[in-house]
Design a protein around this ligand. Structure first.
Ligand SMILES: Cc1cc2nc3c(=O)[nH]c(=O)nc-3n(C[C@H](O)[C@H](O)[C@H](O)COP(=O)(O)OP(=O)(O)OC[C@H]3O[C@@H](n4cnc5c(N)ncnc54)[C@H](O)[C@@H]3O)c2cc1C
Length: 400
């Protein structure tokens, strides 16, 4: 008889690795399958994670996986008119955002899963799943595995969801990202000689429906730009978008006297889709055999395209539902946790992108506006409420 697992998890990113870690820690027999030939693998990403995620997922210690933490956001409009704003909670305590390099961060989570007893197999590209009354078969080429449950943690274009008939109407954004190495490292609290210490850079105006960023790491800068894709993108439009995002990256770098390195050793400029929350669709099958976490579930904050903390949190939640045999409650729990927040963020995003310059001047540059953004990053309980207030402020600029 083939070995039967309690749960097979497809994809070893933050969502899958957290599900595997927490399910194995709770006593489940777990198999984690990853397409990449070996781990660590690179995932194009800014790697910014609000430290407030530790309030929701137990056992995260940034000393084990983060390069550094930032406490300020430096906003700008087309590279100019900058404002440097601290991030703080309502009580004034500084709010941190961890800056991680994804290979190190993701490997750390996979190591936690293995230490808790999960079996990890790399170089396995899952092609699909079949559900029946007694469980699930997961297939990759000629090989198959059996389990009681399967978790799709296979990212933006995941096959588990499609195979299980979940999230068939997906909406995507696209981002381009490059990691520019530098030698200087941390000195006198300054990570890069040309950049503000303790700060991540966000630039608006060059990209419609999006923004550009510079996130500092210990020995490199993650620089990128991303935007929500039109509902029916054509190949030509996609090519134009690729060029537009590259120009946005160049222009942000130029505003701080930096450029993309050229030559044989030049780092790669990646492109990667970002799925977006579209609302009401179920995230588990009616027979409760298959469920989705992270990007595969579309749990990405629609204004900033932030997805790591939601991958961790849905992974943790999925593990709890699996361990208590309550997969039926999973979709409702995800909605209770995130729907208000994501819907509010989408509304703010729509207002912002309709009148970006006005929104920048009245919303982002306004000290109250930057304080609000700081509190959003602090992950306070009233996050959806704060987003709603920002939205009202942008709609009615004269209202106090
Ligand atoms: C350029 C860019 C910048 C971003 N910056 C940030 C940021 O700063 N902060 C933030 O919070 N979010 C950011 N995001 C979003 C964030 O990267 C994702 O939300 C996050 O990676 C989701 O984690 P995940 O585990 O769900 O999926 P992923 O990290 O995509 O992991 C999915 C895994 O599944 C594997 N896989 C896929 N298909 C198969 C298959 N068929 N069989 C087996 N394995 C498979 C993949 O190889 C991969 O390892 C960014 C996204 C992009 C594109």
């Amino acid at each position: 008889m083939p070995e039967i697992f309690d749960v097979i998890i497809v994809g070893a990113g933050p969502g899958g690795a957290t599900t595997a870690w927490k399910a194995a820690e709770g006593g489940a027999k777990v198999l984690l399958l990853e397409r990449a030939p070996q781990l660590p693998r690179y995932k194009p990403c800014g790697g910014g994670i609000p430290a407030s995620v530790a309030q929701h997922v137990e056992g995260l210690d940034p000393a084990e996986f983060a390069d550094l933490s930032i406490t300020h956001l430096r906003h700008s409009w087309k590279g100019k008119d900058p404002v440097l704003a601290p991030m703080a909670t309502a009580s004034g305590a500084p709010a941190e955002v961890w800056m991680v390099q994804r290979p190190r961060f993701d490997s750390h989570l996979v190591a936690r899963a293995e230490a808790a007893g999960a079996t990890v197999r790399t170089g396995v590209k899952v092609g699909g799943i079949e559900r029946d009354n007694s469980g699930v078969t997961v297939r990759a080429g000629d090989t198959s595995w059996r389990a009681r449950y399967v978790v799709g943690a296979d990212g933006a274009k995941g096959v588990v969801g499609t195979s299980a008939g979940l999230r068939l109407k997906r909406r995507y954004g696209i981002a381009r990202e490059i990691e520019i190495p530098f030698q200087d490292g941390i000195e006198d609290g300054r990570w890069h000689p040309q950049l503000e210490p303790n700060a991540a850079y966000l630039d608006y105006g060059t990209v419609t429906n999006g923004y550009a960023w510079i996130f500092p790491k210990r020995n490199c800068l993650s620089v990128g730009a991303g935007m929500l894709l039109p509902k029916r993108p054509t190949p030509e439009a996609n090519r134009d978008i690729g060029n537009l995002l590259k120009r946005a990256i160049d222009s942000l770098l130029a505003s701080v006297n930096l450029t993309i390195p050229e030559g044989a050793d030049a780092p790669r400029l990646w492109a990667h889709p970002i799925p977006f929350w579209t609302g009401a669709e179920p995230l588990a099958t009616a027979d409760n055999r298959a469920l989705l976490v992270g990007d595969a579930a579309g749990v990405v904050q629609p204004m900033f395209g932030e997805g790591i903390q939601y991958a961790l949190r849905t992974g943790d939640l999925a593990a709890r539902c699996l361990l208590s045999n309550d997969v039926a409650a999973y979709t409702d729990h995800v909605r209770e946790l995130f729907a208000d927040e994501f819907d509010a963020a989408a509304r703010v995003g729509r207002v912002f992108h309709k009148a970006p310059f006005l929104s920048y001047r009245l919303g982002v540059k306004n000290p109250r506006g930057t304080a609000l953004v700081g509190r959003l990053m602090a992950g306070e309980a009233s996050r959806a409420h704060l987003e709603q207030r920002l939205y009202e402020r942008l709609k009615n600029p004269l209202r106090r």
